[in-house]
Design a protein around this ligand. Structure first.
Ligand code: NAI
Length: 315
């Protein structure tokens, strides 16, 4: 297969001053894209601290390798910040083809220990951040009839994770946001997909680092662990979703440690009863939950169609 290139393409990668975002930016730039490296330079838990250095350092790295990049340190969590990073990208590079919504923070607390003051910032950065950045970018993409948007969800949002109610809520919201934008954007040539990554970064150091389960199971530590679980093992899946030849739309790829898989929402065949009662649900709960021949609807109308098909066969 010939090398997948991004010459003449312009990408905005949020939260790209380190971790996964940095790797996405480096890979895009190495394949010819002009990259706007955005990063607020915030701590893992978020907050008011602001540091332009992480984004500037990644830009220096890209330029040293012969790539094209510019930095921005606005916050994705404010409408002004998001609009400013999108317009700066378009002004600097003359367009915007790719947005990777990657910026994120985390606050781990079991449900009864998490207050509104901690729940909100997590939703602000992830959910509002995706909305604020995508809105002006999508308008531009619609005007030129082309775009690739990749949102960062998480296994925590898709499958659940102890102590992460705020983060799970935010990441599941991103999944739904991605599905609907994909449906709406298709007619404008805009593809919207998501990534559910797993990588050793500062965000996951305590779980995936030297003291974590994977280090225990594999015996890998330090540089070896980073080679196996680093963000470079995720970026190719993300950057593929950004390529013009990628036909996927509305999909979520789960990528970690070199493993790439498709994650999706399905519905079981279920049961039908003309006069559903509480007892019939109780009696048939196993059949309701039976995953045999489950269906993966393209959209909510396709799910409704399952019922209509049943009515048709009953006629
Ligand atoms: P990271 O902490 O290394 O990177 C996140 C970056 O986002 C930081 O550089 C931070 O300064 C930036 N950021 C935070 N708030 C911002 C804001 N308001 N505006 C602009 N930039 C902001 O963490 P990592 O692991 O690279 O995470 C990247 C994304 O992947 C996040 O969305 C995270 O939730 C997600 N993720 C990561 C997983 C992993 O295993 N590392 C697992 C699942 C999801």
């Amino acid at each position: 297969m010939s090398e997948l290139r991004f010459d003449e393409r312009v990408a905005l990668v949020t939260g790209a001053g380190g971790g996964l975002g940095r790797e996405h930016a480096l890979l895009l730039a190495s394949r010819g894209a002009a990259v706007m490296v955005n990063d607020l330079g915030s701590p893992t838990m978020g907050g008011q601290d602001h540091d332009a250095t992480p984004a500037e350092n990644v830009v220096a790295e890209i330029r040293a390798l012969g790539g094209i990049a510019s930095s921005n340190s606005d916050s994705v969590a404010t409408r002004d910040g998001a609009e400013s990073m999108v317009s700066a990208t378009i002004e600097e590079f003359g367009g915007l083809d790719i947005v990777i919504n990657n910026a994120g923070i985390i606050r781990n607390r079991t449900f009864l220990n998490i207050g509104e003051y901690e729940f909100e910032p997590v939703l602000d950065v992830h959910v509002k951040g995706c909305f604020y950045v995508t809105r002006p970018a999508y308008e531009h993409m619609k005007s030129v009839g082309y775009g690739r948007i990749i949102n960062t969800s998480s296994g925590s949002g898709l499958f659940g994770s102890f102590g992460q109610s705020a983060y799970s809520a935010a990441k599941a919201a991103i999944y739904g946001f991605t599905r609907t934008l994909a449906i709406e954007g298709a007619r404008y040539g805009i593809h919207v997909n998501a990534i559910a990554p797993g990588a050793l970064t500062r965000m996951t150091g305590d779980v995936l680092g030297d003291d974590g389960e994977i280090a225990d199971m594999t015996g890998l530590t330090g540089e070896d662990l980073l080679m196996q679980l680093g963000p470079q093992q995720v970026a190719p899946a993300v950057v593929y979703l950004a390529h013009e030849t990628c036909a996927l739309n509305g999909e979520t790829l789960s990528a970690s440690g070199g493993r790439v898989a498709r994650a999706f929402m399905g519905v079981t065949k279920g049961i039908y009863e003309e006069d559903l009662t509480l007892e019939s649900v109780a009696e048939r709960i196993e059949a309701i939950c039976d995953e045999t021949n489950y269906v993966v609807p393209d959209n909510v109308d396709k799910e409704m169609q399952l019922l209509l098909e049943h009515f048709e066969t009953e006629k």
